[in-house]
Design a binder for this molecule. Sequence first.
Ligand code: PLP
Length: 395
Amino acid sequence: MKSLWKAVNQELANLTNAGQFKNIKNLTRPMGPVSAIEGIGEVIVLCSNDYLGLANDPEVVDAALACQKKWGAGTASVRFICGTFDYHRELEAAVAKLSGCEAATTYVSCWNANEAVLPTLMAAGGDSVMAISDELNHASIIDGIRLGRQINKQSKSKVYKHSDMDNLEALLKASSDIEYKLVVTDGVFSMEGDIADLARIVELCNEHDALLIVDDSHGVGVCGPTGKGVAEHCGVHGQIDCMTGTLGKALGGAAGGYIASSRKLIELMEQKSRPQLFSNAVPSATAGAATKAIEILTRDNKRVEKLRENVHYMREGLKSRGFETVEGPSAITPIILGETSKAIAASKRLLELGVFVIGFGYPVVPEGSARLRVQISAAHETEHLDRALEAFSQL
Ligand SMILES: Cc1ncc(COP(=O)(O)O)c(C=O)c1O
C-alpha cells in the first residue's frame, strides 16, 4: 500500500473519532421550501440559501433551458482563448447594475472570484501591499489572502476583530507606511447572520486610502429596501470599490460567482486572474438562470418583502418558544446551543420531526458556540414555518 493511503485513512478516522464526519444526505426532490431526503421522507428545508425561492422557479428553469438550447452547454474552453458569449455579457451587465458598479465579470463560483481578486490585487501591489480582513470572513477570503501571500511573498496581511471598527481603524493607522491597502469583509457573516458596518468601513477606507472589497454572497437579494444587498441596507450602494458575490444562493441557486467594480479592475481580472485565465466560464444554463433571477429580483419587491415577513415571523416564533435569536436584516438566524454534541443532537431530532436544519460545531464555529443555523426563504408559506416551529416546540 502506498504510504499516502495511510494518511488518507487516518484523516478519515480522526474525523469519525472527533464526531466531525459529515454524512451527506441524498435529496430525492428539487430544492425548495419542502424537499425530501432518501430514507427520511418529506422535510421542511431550513438550511438552504435559496432565499428568494428561485432555485426551482419555473421562470428560472425555463430561462436556463432556453439559454442552453440556444447556445449549447458552454464555451468548451477558457474565455481568453475561445471568447465570451452574449449570455455572459448580459449577465455581467445585470450584475454590475445590481452591484452599483461600472462593470462585472463572472467565474464558476464565488470561491473562484475571491481567489481571483485577492491574489491578483496583492500581486499588483509589489513590495508594499497589505490585505486587512475581518476575523469571521468566509473561508474563500481567508484562502484568497493566503494564496496572495504565497504569490507575492512581500505582501502582508492583518486580521481585525469581528466587526470591531476601532480595531480596523488602528490597523489602518498602523499601516500608513504601506502604499497599497485593501480591506475585505463579508456583507452578511454566514455563521452569525449579522452584517458588516459598511457605512463606517467605507468612511475608514476613504480616510486611509484603502480599497474596499465586500463579499455579499448572503446579502444580495436579501438585504436593503430593494434587495440589492448590504451596501443598500447601509446606505452606501454604489460607494463600494469592489463587490464579490455568488449566483448560487438568492440569485438562482445554481452556481457561479462574480466580481463587480471599476471597468479597469475588471479588465485586470480578465487579463490576469488565474481562475478565469485557466478555467472555463459560467455555463449557458447557469448564466441564463442567474440573469432571469436578477430580472425577477429587480422587477418588483414582492419576494424581498415576503422573505422579510417570513424572517420576522420565524424569529418571533422561535423567541416565543424560548430560543435566543439575533435581530437584523439577514435571513440567517443562528440558535446558539453551546456544545457541538448538543447542536448535532438537536439537528438529528429536528430531522426526525421533519425539519431539515443543520447543527454547526467546532471547528466551523468557535468551541462552546455550536449552533443550529436557521435559514428562511421567501418560498416558505406560513404553514411551513408553523410546522417547523411546532418541531422546535417539541425539541
Ligand atoms: C460569504 C461567502 N463567500 C463565498 C462563498 C462561496 O460561494 P460559491 O458557492 O459560489 O463558491 C460562500 C458560500 O458559502 C459564502 O458564504
